[in-house]
Ligand binder design. Structure first.
Ligand code: GRG
Length: 292
């Protein structure tokens, strides 16, 4: 049984939040940086950076070297949420229990805050790569997963699928790209940053794919099982918006079963690579269908 101190040490959230505050400490133009900070620092589980640091630490890498990449991924994640919430995308008023960026700052400022976060992410990673050129592969993995080969492609497919009946393979394509690609890249980047060999990198990639898909199914499940106060956005919003989700296509029981199976597969693969600490397994433990 791990002590509370050890559990907190392997969670990494405190260090990530402190580093994010530093990267976002500029003030000019004031409104832009305020909107950027509002979107990054007002909550969030920090899942993606924690996964990256956990993979890196488990393979004996240096967390401090990995931190700029971990923060950059959280900035990219925040930009994607800001843009996803906009009226011309998902049109959401609430995120993490608070008004969305465009509700507070207006659509133009929200778009610009997202743009600025995306650019800052690459500036931060580029700076880190100047110091450690051997880590360029971490930045490339993240860039590929965040763009037209990953998250943006998934978002496009998601938008084009609205009000259409889609089949299993199309739904899996959307999940694999919109959600799982960036999560997978976090695991891969953690591996690159720790100097992992190709066998371990391939393992990390598969772990990320399974976890990413499980995470999206869990998100679909939570939409129909949690009340608004716990969700931080209106409950049943996917159902009300007529969205095609894993639950709407396969039903509640199959969604729970598949989420569990993907999580167990990820946990099994993690056991196989024999990490030095339990940080990654600790995060995966929180993926259970009934936990949040
Ligand atoms: C705008 C290019 C572009 C992409 C948007 C991320 C995304 C793609 C859409 C968000 C829609 C959504 C709810 C996807 C489900 C999975 C997901 C990304 C949930 C939110 O991530 P969490 O739970 O958020 O990690 P926190 O608040 O903890 O940071």
């Amino acid at each position: 049984m791990m002590s509370e101190l050890e559990t907190a040490r392997l969670d990494f959230s405190e260090g990530i939040n402190a580093a994010l505050e530093q990267f976002l400490s500029n003030n000019s133009p004031a409104l832009l940086w305020e909107a950027m900070r509002y979107s990054v620092l007002s909550g969030g589980k920090r899942l993606r950076p924690r996964l990256m640091l956990a993979a890196c630490s488990g393979l004996g890498g240096d967390i401090n070297t990995a931190m700029p990449f971990a923060c950059a991924v959280e900035m990219i994640h925040a930009y994607s949420l800001i843009h996803d919430d906009l009226p011309d995308m998902d049109d959401d008023d609430l995120r993490r229990g608070k008004p969305t960026c465009h509700i507070v700052y207006g659509s133009a400022m929200a778009i610009l805050a997202g743009d600025a976060l995306l650019n800052l992410a690459y500036e931060v990673m580029g700076g880190a790569c100047l110091e450690h050129p051997e880590n360029i592969g971490a930045m490339t993995a993240i860039a590929r997963a965040a763009g037209a080969y990953g998250m943006v492609a998934g978002q496009v497919a998601d938008i084009l699928s609205e009000n259409k009946i889609i089949d299993e393979s199309e739904l899996i394509y959307i999940h694999a790209n919109k959600t799982a690609a960036l999560i997978r890249a976090c695991l891969e980047a953690g591996g690159v940053l720790s100097g992992a060999d190709t066998r371990r990198l391939a393992h990390l990639s598969e772990i990320g794919e399974n976890l990413g898909r499980a995470f999206q199914i869990r998100d679909d499940l939570l939409d129909v099982t949690l009340p608004t106060e716990e969700l931080g956005k209106p409950a049943l919003s996917d159902v009300k918006n007529n969205k095609t989700t894993y639950v709407s296509v396969f039903g509640l029981e199959r969604a729970k079963k598949d989420c569990r199976a993907l999580t167990e597969r990820a946990a099994g693969l993690i056991e196989e690579i024999r990490l030095k600490d339990s940080a990654l397994l600790q995060i995966v433990g929180g993926f259970s269908v009934n936990s949040r």
